[in-house]
Ligand binder design. Structure first.
Ligand code: FES
Length: 193
């Protein structure tokens, strides 16, 4: 894990556009099964942007990631097709914004705040502790470290608005404050029980 003053290079694209989209706008990756209402929900989002459908790119990427867990090449092609764009127009957003993921991550998602109050309260050591306990691999280009069995992913996030109770973490949608390494072990036991 990087020290607080380490300069982290910007994320590099993990998918070569030429390799992922040799047919240009014509999608060739198999789509996953859509949950009921998914297509209609996407269409409804697009209606929010009557002047330029392109503006729906980020909302559709969020919808896809919330539904399928990560942005696959099939998802990039599907969103591009819906917005009458080229896949590369969507891919460049996925590789630019760190909140988008290009691979499946862990079923249990641990997010450790690394902003000033939490960093001073030991969040870097805490993140290291979680990574060791969860047996994660090195973080990917988006800063997410995932265990080989895809059970856990651990990543840093920026301030999650509880600086007075640092260090603060989230596990899935649950918020935890004043997290020591001992508390981290208790939490892991609880979430994996
Ligand atoms: S600095 Fe961590 S919650 Fe604000």
């Amino acid at each position: 894990m990087s020290a607080p003053n380490t300069v982290v290079p910007p994320p590099a694209p993990e998918i070569s556009a030429a390799a992922a989209f040799p047919e240009g706008a014509q999608g060739h990756h198999e789509l996953p099964a859509f949950p009921s209402g998914f297509d209609a929900q996407a269409d409804e989002l697009v209606t929010h942007y009557p002047v330029s459908k392109r503006s729906a790119s980020l909302p559709l990427l969020h919808l896809w990631q919330e539904t399928f867990g990560y942005i696959s090449p099939a998802g990039i092609e599907w969103i591009a097709g819906k917005l009458e764009l080229q896949p590369i127009n969507i891919l460049e957003l996925v590789t630019f914004y760190p909140m988008f993921r290009e691979h499946p991550i862990g079923r249990i998602q641990i997010k450790v705040c690394r902003t000033l109050s939490c960093a001073l309260a030991g969040s870097y050591a805490l993140c290291d502790h979680f990574q060791k306990k969860c047996g994660t691999a090195e973080p990917d280009a988006h800063g997410i470290a995932t265990s080989p069995d895809k059970k856990y992913s651990v990543e840093f996030v920026e301030c999650i608005a509880s600086c007075g109770t640092a260090p603060v973490i989230m596990i899935d949608d649950d918020f935890h404050e004043n997290v020591t390494t001992a508390r981290a072990d208790e939490l892991l036991a609880k979430y994996t029980a």
